[in-house]
Write a protein that binds this ligand. Structure first.
Ligand SMILES: Cc1cn([C@H]2C[C@H](O)[C@@H](COP(=O)(O)OP(=O)(O)OP(=O)(O)O)O2)c(=O)[nH]c1=O
Length: 192
């Protein structure tokens, strides 16, 4: 059985490697990521992962793994910022507060789909102008939900989390191993 990582995210490839899993192929999903009117963050995130898994083409002997990471401030969905201005707005909104990071994963094999999600509470320190501007300048916010990456210099802004660090980074390793195993992928066994 071939493992297809349906994600263009370098973090996800790295986190999969932590499980000793190297995908046979990487296929980036291309879907519409606009939330529906009134859609709440958790169902939105689950829908994104599911739609990615259904959008990635797969052969009969292939298993596809997709994920979506969404930052939620109350009911507000914060995806990848479009520009520096939006990144600044996201970071200011989260400054000195707690938010949730949701990562949903979806595995498709044959005609079936397996799904799971992980919600992590994250506290962000109150950001000074110097911290905010330095971070915006770094460009590290690009392509990251909520406009920050816990695994990089923005780690300095996160004094506390409750949940899964790997899920915040983009792929919850424990739940991924469990879901792949449920779908019949030999996570711990012979793969060829
Ligand atoms: C909150 C947070 C997000 N992120 C990243 C993980 C994801 O790559 C990204 C959220 O965007 P996603 O839409 O989940 O994924 P993606 O567009 O990067 O890749 P693909 O759809 O091809 O799978 O934010 C971090 O790297 N660190 C963090 O702390």
């Amino acid at each position: 059985m071939k493992l297809i990582l349906g994600s263009g995210s370098p973090r996800r490839k790295e986190l999969l490697a932590q499980l000793g899993l190297v995908p046979d192929d990487i296929r980036s999903p291309d879907i519409d990521e606009d939330p529906r009117k009134g859609e709440l963050p958790r169902p939105y995130c689950a829908r994104m992962a599911r739609e990615k898994a259904m959008a990635v083409p797969r052969a009969e002997d292939e298993i596809v793994l997709c994920a979506d990471t969404t930052v939620a401030l109350g009911r507000r969905i914060m995806g990848k910022p479009a520009d520096e201005k939006e990144a600044a707005a996201f970071l200011l909104a989260m400054s000195g507060r707690r938010h949730k990071v949701i990562t949903a994963i979806a595995v498709a094999r044959g005609t079936r789909l397996w799904e799971a999600d992980v919600v992590t509470d994250v506290k962000m320190k109150r950001l000074s102008d110097v911290e905010l501007n330095a971070y915006l300048m770094s460009g590290d916010w690009r392509g990251k939900a909520g406009g920050y990456g816990i695994q990089g210099i923005a780690g300095a802004f996160i004094p506390w989390i409750q949940g899964s660090y790997s899920a915040v980074m983009g792929l919850p390793v424990a739940e991924t191993a469990k879901l792949l195993a449920s779908a019949g992928y030999p996570v711990y066994g012979e793969r060829e």
